[in-house]
Design a protein around this ligand. Structure first.
Ligand code: PBG
Length: 330
Protein backbone atom coordinates (compact mmCIF):
# COMPACT_ATOMS: atom_id res chain seq x y z
CA UNK A 1 0.00 0.00 0.00
CA UNK A 2 1.53 3.33 -0.96
CA UNK A 3 -0.29 5.11 1.85
CA UNK A 4 0.47 5.42 4.76
CA UNK A 5 4.12 4.46 3.95
CA UNK A 6 4.47 7.32 1.48
CA UNK A 7 3.47 10.74 2.70
CA UNK A 8 4.42 13.48 0.23
CA UNK A 9 3.67 16.10 2.84
CA UNK A 10 6.68 15.05 4.96
CA UNK A 11 9.02 17.23 2.96
CA UNK A 12 6.72 20.18 2.45
CA UNK A 13 7.40 22.21 5.56
CA UNK A 14 10.07 24.51 6.95
CA UNK A 15 13.71 24.10 5.98
CA UNK A 16 13.09 20.75 4.32
CA UNK A 17 10.76 22.41 1.84
CA UNK A 18 13.57 24.78 0.93
CA UNK A 19 16.25 22.08 0.82
CA UNK A 20 14.25 19.89 -1.54
CA UNK A 21 13.33 22.70 -3.93
CA UNK A 22 14.36 21.54 -7.39
CA UNK A 23 14.71 24.91 -9.12
CA UNK A 24 15.71 28.35 -7.93
CA UNK A 25 15.82 31.82 -9.33
CA UNK A 26 19.01 33.87 -8.88
CA UNK A 27 19.95 37.45 -9.60
CA UNK A 28 22.63 36.14 -11.97
CA UNK A 29 19.86 34.70 -14.20
CA UNK A 30 18.47 38.14 -14.96
CA UNK A 31 18.82 40.47 -17.92
CA UNK A 32 17.33 43.96 -17.61
CA UNK A 33 15.98 45.41 -20.88
CA UNK A 34 15.51 49.14 -21.35
CA UNK A 35 14.77 51.72 -24.02
CA UNK A 36 17.04 54.60 -24.97
CA UNK A 37 15.26 57.39 -26.83
CA UNK A 38 17.34 59.81 -28.89
CA UNK A 39 14.49 62.34 -28.86
CA UNK A 40 13.98 62.36 -25.10
CA UNK A 41 15.45 64.93 -22.74
CA UNK A 42 14.08 63.28 -19.62
CA UNK A 43 12.67 59.90 -18.57
CA UNK A 44 9.37 59.30 -20.39
CA UNK A 45 6.97 56.83 -18.73
CA UNK A 46 5.49 54.12 -20.97
CA UNK A 47 1.82 54.30 -20.04
CA UNK A 48 0.99 50.68 -20.92
CA UNK A 49 3.94 49.43 -18.84
CA UNK A 50 3.86 50.98 -15.36
CA UNK A 51 7.42 51.33 -14.04
CA UNK A 52 9.01 51.25 -17.52
CA UNK A 53 10.54 54.36 -19.13
CA UNK A 54 12.18 55.57 -22.27
CA UNK A 55 15.53 56.93 -21.11
CA UNK A 56 17.30 59.85 -22.76
CA UNK A 57 20.77 59.11 -24.09
CA UNK A 58 22.25 61.37 -21.43
CA UNK A 59 20.86 58.97 -18.79
CA UNK A 60 21.71 55.64 -20.43
CA UNK A 61 24.43 54.95 -17.88
CA UNK A 62 22.02 55.85 -15.05
CA UNK A 63 19.54 53.27 -16.29
CA UNK A 64 22.31 50.68 -16.40
CA UNK A 65 23.51 51.68 -12.94
CA UNK A 66 20.15 50.81 -11.42
CA UNK A 67 20.63 47.24 -12.63
CA UNK A 68 24.31 47.17 -11.73
CA UNK A 69 23.62 48.35 -8.17
CA UNK A 70 21.30 45.37 -7.69
CA UNK A 71 24.00 42.98 -9.02
CA UNK A 72 22.10 42.20 -12.23
CA UNK A 73 24.86 40.99 -14.58
CA UNK A 74 23.49 42.19 -17.95
CA UNK A 75 21.33 44.79 -19.66
CA UNK A 76 19.64 44.59 -23.06
CA UNK A 77 19.38 47.86 -24.97
CA UNK A 78 16.72 48.98 -27.44
CA UNK A 79 17.23 52.22 -29.34
CA UNK A 80 14.64 54.72 -30.52
CA UNK A 81 16.25 56.91 -33.19
CA UNK A 82 15.58 60.55 -33.97
CA UNK A 83 15.08 59.79 -37.65
CA UNK A 84 13.50 56.80 -39.33
CA UNK A 85 13.66 56.02 -43.06
CA UNK A 86 12.76 53.17 -45.39
CA UNK A 87 16.22 51.60 -45.14
CA UNK A 88 16.70 52.06 -41.38
CA UNK A 89 19.96 53.92 -41.90
CA UNK A 90 20.04 55.24 -38.31
CA UNK A 91 20.66 51.69 -37.07
CA UNK A 92 24.35 51.31 -37.95
CA UNK A 93 26.10 54.68 -37.64
CA UNK A 94 28.96 54.86 -35.15
CA UNK A 95 27.17 57.70 -33.35
CA UNK A 96 23.59 56.52 -33.57
CA UNK A 97 21.51 55.99 -30.46
CA UNK A 98 22.41 52.42 -29.51
CA UNK A 99 26.08 52.83 -30.32
CA UNK A 100 26.28 55.98 -28.17
CA UNK A 101 24.36 54.36 -25.33
CA UNK A 102 26.65 51.31 -25.36
CA UNK A 103 29.74 53.50 -25.35
CA UNK A 104 28.50 55.49 -22.36
CA UNK A 105 27.60 52.39 -20.38
CA UNK A 106 30.84 50.57 -21.14
CA UNK A 107 32.89 53.66 -20.26
CA UNK A 108 31.32 53.65 -16.84
CA UNK A 109 31.15 49.94 -16.02
CA UNK A 110 33.75 48.18 -18.19
CA UNK A 111 33.70 44.44 -17.60
CA UNK A 112 31.48 44.70 -14.54
CA UNK A 113 28.26 44.84 -16.55
CA UNK A 114 27.47 43.01 -19.77
CA UNK A 115 25.81 45.04 -22.48
CA UNK A 116 23.62 43.14 -24.93
CA UNK A 117 22.13 44.96 -27.91
CA UNK A 118 18.85 44.13 -29.60
CA UNK A 119 19.77 43.87 -33.27
CA UNK A 120 16.82 44.60 -35.54
CA UNK A 121 15.66 47.16 -38.09
CA UNK A 122 12.06 47.62 -36.96
CA UNK A 123 12.69 50.58 -34.65
CA UNK A 124 14.65 52.33 -37.42
CA UNK A 125 12.44 51.84 -40.48
CA UNK A 126 9.59 54.23 -41.19
CA UNK A 127 7.38 51.29 -42.28
CA UNK A 128 8.22 49.48 -39.02
CA UNK A 129 9.21 46.12 -40.50
CA UNK A 130 12.27 44.11 -39.45
CA UNK A 131 13.84 44.20 -42.91
CA UNK A 132 13.98 46.11 -46.18
CA UNK A 133 10.67 46.20 -48.01
CA UNK A 134 9.72 46.35 -51.68
CA UNK A 135 7.29 49.25 -51.42
CA UNK A 136 5.33 48.21 -54.53
CA UNK A 137 4.63 44.63 -53.46
CA UNK A 138 5.18 45.03 -49.68
CA UNK A 139 7.46 42.00 -49.86
CA UNK A 140 10.14 41.75 -47.15
CA UNK A 141 13.50 41.60 -48.92
CA UNK A 142 15.14 38.93 -46.78
CA UNK A 143 18.46 38.51 -48.56
CA UNK A 144 19.08 42.21 -49.10
CA UNK A 145 18.48 42.79 -45.39
CA UNK A 146 21.27 40.42 -44.32
CA UNK A 147 24.27 42.67 -45.11
CA UNK A 148 22.58 45.49 -43.19
CA UNK A 149 22.18 43.25 -40.15
CA UNK A 150 25.89 42.45 -40.45
CA UNK A 151 26.67 46.15 -40.53
CA UNK A 152 24.53 46.85 -37.46
CA UNK A 153 26.25 44.02 -35.57
CA UNK A 154 29.71 45.37 -36.36
CA UNK A 155 28.72 48.90 -35.30
CA UNK A 156 27.38 47.56 -31.99
CA UNK A 157 30.53 45.51 -31.37
CA UNK A 158 32.74 48.49 -32.25
CA UNK A 159 30.89 50.59 -29.69
CA UNK A 160 31.66 47.93 -27.09
CA UNK A 161 28.62 45.63 -27.04
CA UNK A 162 29.46 42.35 -25.30
CA UNK A 163 26.73 40.32 -27.00
CA UNK A 164 24.50 41.04 -30.01
CA UNK A 165 20.93 39.75 -30.03
CA UNK A 166 19.35 39.55 -33.49
CA UNK A 167 15.55 39.61 -33.20
CA UNK A 168 14.34 40.13 -36.76
CA UNK A 169 13.71 36.48 -37.77
CA UNK A 170 15.25 36.86 -41.24
CA UNK A 171 16.43 33.56 -42.73
CA UNK A 172 20.22 33.33 -42.69
CA UNK A 173 20.69 36.23 -40.30
CA UNK A 174 22.88 34.40 -37.78
CA UNK A 175 25.33 33.29 -40.49
CA UNK A 176 25.44 36.78 -42.00
CA UNK A 177 26.09 38.40 -38.63
CA UNK A 178 28.70 35.81 -37.62
CA UNK A 179 30.56 36.38 -40.86
CA UNK A 180 30.44 40.17 -40.57
CA UNK A 181 31.65 40.07 -36.96
CA UNK A 182 34.49 37.66 -37.77
CA UNK A 183 35.64 39.65 -40.78
CA UNK A 184 35.82 42.80 -38.69
CA UNK A 185 37.84 41.45 -35.80
CA UNK A 186 35.01 40.46 -33.47
CA UNK A 187 35.29 36.69 -33.61
CA UNK A 188 34.82 36.48 -29.84
CA UNK A 189 31.57 38.46 -29.71
CA UNK A 190 28.76 36.00 -28.90
CA UNK A 191 25.39 35.99 -30.65
CA UNK A 192 22.25 35.52 -28.58
CA UNK A 193 19.66 34.59 -31.18
CA UNK A 194 15.96 35.21 -30.73
CA UNK A 195 15.76 31.70 -32.15
CA UNK A 196 12.10 30.82 -31.47
CA UNK A 197 10.29 34.09 -31.83
CA UNK A 198 6.54 33.88 -32.28
CA UNK A 199 4.15 36.33 -33.97
CA UNK A 200 2.61 37.21 -30.65
CA UNK A 201 -0.13 39.56 -29.51
CA UNK A 202 1.78 39.79 -26.23
CA UNK A 203 4.20 42.29 -27.85
CA UNK A 204 1.41 44.89 -27.81
CA UNK A 205 2.79 47.31 -25.21
CA UNK A 206 6.30 47.11 -26.74
CA UNK A 207 5.01 48.94 -29.81
CA UNK A 208 4.35 51.99 -27.63
CA UNK A 209 7.53 51.55 -25.62
CA UNK A 210 9.82 51.28 -28.64
CA UNK A 211 7.72 53.25 -31.11
CA UNK A 212 7.85 50.32 -33.51
CA UNK A 213 4.37 49.75 -34.89
CA UNK A 214 4.15 49.02 -38.60
CA UNK A 215 2.44 51.01 -41.33
CA UNK A 216 1.07 47.97 -43.25
CA UNK A 217 0.79 44.21 -42.83
CA UNK A 218 2.06 42.39 -39.77
CA UNK A 219 5.09 40.31 -38.81
CA UNK A 220 3.52 36.96 -39.68
CA UNK A 221 5.70 36.38 -42.76
CA UNK A 222 8.79 36.21 -40.58
CA UNK A 223 7.72 35.45 -37.01
CA UNK A 224 6.49 31.95 -36.12
CA UNK A 225 2.93 30.72 -35.91
CA UNK A 226 1.77 30.21 -32.32
CA UNK A 227 0.35 26.81 -33.30
CA UNK A 228 3.76 25.38 -34.11
CA UNK A 229 6.19 23.49 -31.91
CA UNK A 230 8.15 21.26 -34.30
CA UNK A 231 8.95 24.28 -36.42
CA UNK A 232 10.76 25.83 -33.44
CA UNK A 233 13.10 22.84 -33.33
CA UNK A 234 13.96 23.24 -37.00
CA UNK A 235 14.29 27.03 -36.81
CA UNK A 236 16.57 26.74 -33.79
CA UNK A 237 18.62 23.94 -35.36
CA UNK A 238 19.46 26.28 -38.23
CA UNK A 239 20.51 29.05 -35.83
CA UNK A 240 22.75 26.59 -34.01
CA UNK A 241 24.35 25.51 -37.28
CA UNK A 242 24.81 29.14 -38.33
CA UNK A 243 26.69 29.87 -35.12
CA UNK A 244 24.31 31.07 -32.40
CA UNK A 245 25.91 30.93 -28.94
CA UNK A 246 22.82 31.50 -26.80
CA UNK A 247 19.28 30.54 -27.80
CA UNK A 248 16.04 32.23 -26.85
CA UNK A 249 12.32 31.58 -26.63
CA UNK A 250 9.97 34.53 -26.88
CA UNK A 251 7.40 35.15 -25.39
CA UNK A 252 7.86 33.26 -22.13
CA UNK A 253 4.84 32.17 -20.15
CA UNK A 254 2.57 31.05 -23.03
CA UNK A 255 5.51 29.13 -24.57
CA UNK A 256 6.98 27.12 -21.68
CA UNK A 257 6.53 23.90 -23.68
CA UNK A 258 8.87 25.40 -26.27
CA UNK A 259 11.36 26.35 -23.55
CA UNK A 260 11.30 22.76 -22.30
CA UNK A 261 11.74 21.32 -25.78
CA UNK A 262 14.59 23.66 -26.73
CA UNK A 263 16.52 22.75 -23.59
CA UNK A 264 15.98 19.03 -24.17
CA UNK A 265 16.91 19.21 -27.86
CA UNK A 266 19.93 21.47 -27.78
CA UNK A 267 21.37 21.62 -24.25
CA UNK A 268 22.69 25.06 -25.01
CA UNK A 269 22.46 28.24 -22.92
CA UNK A 270 18.84 29.26 -23.18
CA UNK A 271 17.21 32.63 -22.53
CA UNK A 272 13.51 33.33 -22.15
CA UNK A 273 11.98 36.73 -22.85
CA UNK A 274 9.15 37.70 -20.52
CA UNK A 275 7.70 40.18 -23.00
CA UNK A 276 5.89 43.47 -22.59
CA UNK A 277 2.38 41.97 -22.59
CA UNK A 278 3.28 39.43 -19.91
CA UNK A 279 4.61 42.28 -17.80
CA UNK A 280 1.63 44.57 -18.36
CA UNK A 281 -0.84 41.77 -17.70
CA UNK A 282 0.47 41.04 -14.21
CA UNK A 283 0.94 44.75 -13.49
CA UNK A 284 -2.61 45.64 -14.51
CA UNK A 285 -4.12 42.88 -12.40
CA UNK A 286 -1.91 43.82 -9.46
CA UNK A 287 -2.90 47.50 -9.75
CA UNK A 288 -6.53 46.35 -9.47
CA UNK A 289 -5.71 44.39 -6.35
CA UNK A 290 -6.51 41.12 -8.12
CA UNK A 291 -3.03 39.55 -8.03
CA UNK A 292 0.00 39.79 -5.77
CA UNK A 293 2.51 41.49 -8.09
CA UNK A 294 5.79 40.25 -6.60
CA UNK A 295 4.65 36.69 -6.01
CA UNK A 296 3.19 36.37 -9.51
CA UNK A 297 6.35 37.63 -11.17
CA UNK A 298 8.47 35.35 -8.99
CA UNK A 299 6.32 32.32 -9.77
CA UNK A 300 6.28 33.06 -13.50
CA UNK A 301 10.08 33.28 -13.57
CA UNK A 302 10.56 30.19 -11.44
CA UNK A 303 8.37 28.30 -13.90
CA UNK A 304 10.65 29.45 -16.72
CA UNK A 305 13.64 28.03 -14.83
CA UNK A 306 11.74 24.79 -14.22
CA UNK A 307 11.02 24.53 -17.95
CA UNK A 308 14.74 24.84 -18.72
CA UNK A 309 15.64 28.51 -18.97
CA UNK A 310 19.10 29.65 -17.90
CA UNK A 311 18.54 33.36 -18.42
CA UNK A 312 15.44 35.51 -18.10
CA UNK A 313 14.95 38.83 -19.83
CA UNK A 314 12.34 40.76 -17.86
CA UNK A 315 11.23 44.35 -17.37
CA UNK A 316 10.72 43.33 -13.74
CA UNK A 317 14.41 42.42 -13.27
CA UNK A 318 15.19 45.15 -10.75
CA UNK A 319 12.22 44.42 -8.51
CA UNK A 320 12.92 40.68 -8.55
CA UNK A 321 16.61 41.25 -7.85
CA UNK A 322 15.65 43.37 -4.86
CA UNK A 323 13.28 40.68 -3.63
CA UNK A 324 15.89 37.92 -4.05
CA UNK A 325 18.50 39.93 -2.24
CA UNK A 326 16.10 40.61 0.66
CA UNK A 327 15.25 36.89 0.84
CA UNK A 328 18.93 35.95 1.02
CA UNK A 329 19.39 38.25 4.03
CA UNK A 330 16.59 36.57 6.00
C1 PBG B 1 11.85 43.87 -32.35
C2 PBG B 1 11.44 43.34 -31.04
C3 PBG B 1 10.15 43.20 -30.54
C4 PBG B 1 10.29 42.79 -29.22
C5 PBG B 1 11.65 42.66 -28.96
N1 PBG B 1 12.35 42.98 -30.11
C6 PBG B 1 8.85 43.50 -31.17
C7 PBG B 1 8.35 42.63 -32.25
O1 PBG B 1 9.03 41.73 -32.72
O2 PBG B 1 7.25 42.88 -32.70
C8 PBG B 1 9.17 42.58 -28.26
C9 PBG B 1 9.53 42.73 -26.84
C10 PBG B 1 8.39 42.88 -25.92
O3 PBG B 1 7.21 42.79 -26.29
O4 PBG B 1 8.69 43.10 -24.74
N2 PBG B 1 12.29 43.01 -33.28
Amino acid sequence: MPFPIHRMRRLRTGLLREMTRENTLSISDLIYPFFVDENATKKIPVSSMPGVFRWPLSMAADAAKEAYDLKIPAVLIFGIPKNKDAAGTASYGDHDVVQEAVRRIKEKFGDKLLVITDLCMCEYTDHGHCGLVDMDTHEILNDRTLPILGKIAVSHAKAGADIVAPSGMMDGMIAAIREALDENGFKNTPIMSYSSKYASAFYGPFREAADSGFSFGDRSTYQMDPGNGNEAVRETQLDVLEGADILMVKPGMPYLDIVYRMKQEFQMPLAVYQVSGEYSMIMAAAKNGWLDEKRCFYESMLSMKRAGADLIITYYAKEIAEMLSDLSKK
